[in-house]
Design a binder for this molecule. Structure first.
Ligand code: ACO
Length: 433
């Protein structure tokens, strides 16, 4: 964890000319922050930062990202290396425990995930209660909350956290696949212990009891890579939600369910679905990307180029770079020709030469190409954000764990500047109007 550098301070001159001297905190990658924890107590001032554009909510040792340089590292390991050489289970271990596992640790972690993949039989009835049109994110978040009802010891802050972490990592995969099966009216497929994590998920998604299903190794590798690329992204909207909920002492399942809900929005994880819908719309209206870009630039209909732009990356998102290459490779291996990929590439080419996007530093983000790969894998559009949630799960868990283990953790409670009416007298209803 970063600590206050005793030598560095910052001076703040306030409107009444009083000065406040504030400690400076330095991270391991030489990032600097002004520690304002005592500012209000000492001066009566708070800071105001809509959307937390410039506010560090915590120090964290999990993920480093440099938006200007396009760098992303989990526990110090570059995302490019992990995507190429690791698998999702190992990367989850790394994020949650802080180090890459030894062969024995990896074997035992994988075994635990395999053993905990079933959900309580009674939970199957919940799936039956949802209409077939339900969005799988609604089902997923409700089911994850429900897990806390089946494991009430999760509400005891002294209970064994590792078993809840294992359950979540394993069962969320089962729940996600069951939600899909329910939505298409097929029988739920139980997990198979002989299969590895990602292969088991593909089996639960695509197998049917009436015939054999062999997991395509290309799909298994692609899924591992996709999940690794989504596994963590430090203090984003959903991860901050997980930390915020967890800071109140709510159990792990409740905190993760909140993260799933925050992820659902189209400005966050829901963008992968929105990208495909946008590309489909462009295709059905004649494939004229230029007109769409023109609408975006002139803010007609409040449109945005979905899958472009990022709060932190002001350079090409390193994950999008990997995904673009992967997209070509996976589609080629599977023999899939998707017209949406051509439209996406055309949109990217136009945008990257256009002053509107260049001047605002808007580049493709992780969601721009991921949906096209999921489509090629046979995953339906409304499941894309669920896939994102599956990938982000170890990151959420790692942040929750880091937070509950940190003795400095306080309940999340921002302040505000009140802009409503000053005190006034209650007016009885007869005297109003
Ligand atoms: N298309 C067109 N214009 C955009 C886009 C976009 N995708 N993104 C930002 N802009 C413009 C805004 O209109 C704004 O312009 P203005 O200054 O003329 O008003 C300017 O760029 C800054 O935009 P903000 O919304 O203030 O930037 P912020 O950092 O708050 O937003 C965000 C980041 C939400 C990701 C934004 O770029 C966006 O909406 N992108 C599209 C949705 C998307 O792809 N989300 C996924 C992000 S990755 C993830 O969460 C997993």
């Amino acid at each position: 964890m970063a600590g206050s550098d005793q030598k560095l301070t910052a001076k703040l001159v306030l409107p009444d000319s009083k000065e406040a001297t504030l400690p400076v905190v330095v991270g391991t990658e030489d990032e600097h922050a002004i520690d304002i924890r005592n500012l209000r107590q000492e001066t009566g001032f708070i800071t105001l930062d809509n959307g937390y554009m410039n506010t560090g909510s915590t120090a964290s040792a999990i993920t480093y990202l440099d938006g200007e340089q396009g760098i992303l590292r989990y526990r110090g390991y570059p995302i490019e290396e992990l995507a190429e050489k690791s698998n999702f289970v190992e990367t989850s271990y790394l994020l949650i425990k802080g180090e890459l596992p030894t062969p024995a640790e990896r074997e035992s972690f994988g075994r635990m995930l395999t053993r905990h993949s079933l959900i309580h039989e009674d939970m199957h009835q919940f799936f039956a209660g949802y209409p077939p049109t339900s969005h799988p994110m609604a089902v997923l978040s409700a089911m994850v909350t429900s897990l806390s009802a089946y494991y009430p010891d999760s509400m005891d802050r002294n209970s064994d956290v590792s078993i809840h972490i294992t359950r979540l990592l394993s069962k969320v995969r089962t729940i996600a696949a069951f939600a899909y099966k329910k939505s298409i009216g097929q029988p739920l497929m139980y997990p198979k212990n002989s299969l590895r994590y990602c292969a088991n998920f593909l089996h639960m998604m695509f197998a049917v009891p009436s015939e054999d299903y062999n997991v395509n190794p290309i799909l298994e590798k692609a899924l591992n890579q996709l999940l690794i690329l989504h596994a963590d992204h430090e203090q984003n909207c959903s991860t901050s939600t997980v930390r915020m909920i967890g800071s109140s002492g709510a159990n792990l399942y409740a905190a993760i369910a909140g993260g799933i809900l925050a992820l659902w929005g189209p400005l966050h994880g829901g963008a992968n679905q929105a990208v495909i819908e946008m590309l489909e719309e462009i295709r059905t209206s004649g494939g004229d990307g230029k007109q769409f870009i023109d609408d975006v630039k002139n803010k007609r209909g409040n449109r945005r180029l979905m899958g472009f732009g990022h709060r932190v990356y002001k350079n090409y998102d390193p994950r999008a770079k990997i995904l673009k290459k992967m997209c070509d490779e996976v589609l080629q291996h599977l023999g899939v020709r998707d017209p949406l990929l051509d439209i996406a590439k055309q949109m990217e080419e136009i945008a990257l030469k256009d002053d509107y996007f260049v001047s605002k530093k808007l580049y493709p983000n992780v969601d721009f190409y991921s949906g096209i790969i999921y489509r090629a894998m046979g995953i339906p559009t409304n499941m894309f954000t669920v896939m994102f949630a599956l990938g982000r799960l170890p990151g959420w868990i790692a942040h929750w764990k880091e937070m509950v283990e940190d003795p400095q953790t306080k309940i999340g409670r921002p302040r505000q500047i009140y802009t409503g009416p000053r005190q006034r007298k209650y007016v009885p209803i007869d005297s109003r109007g």
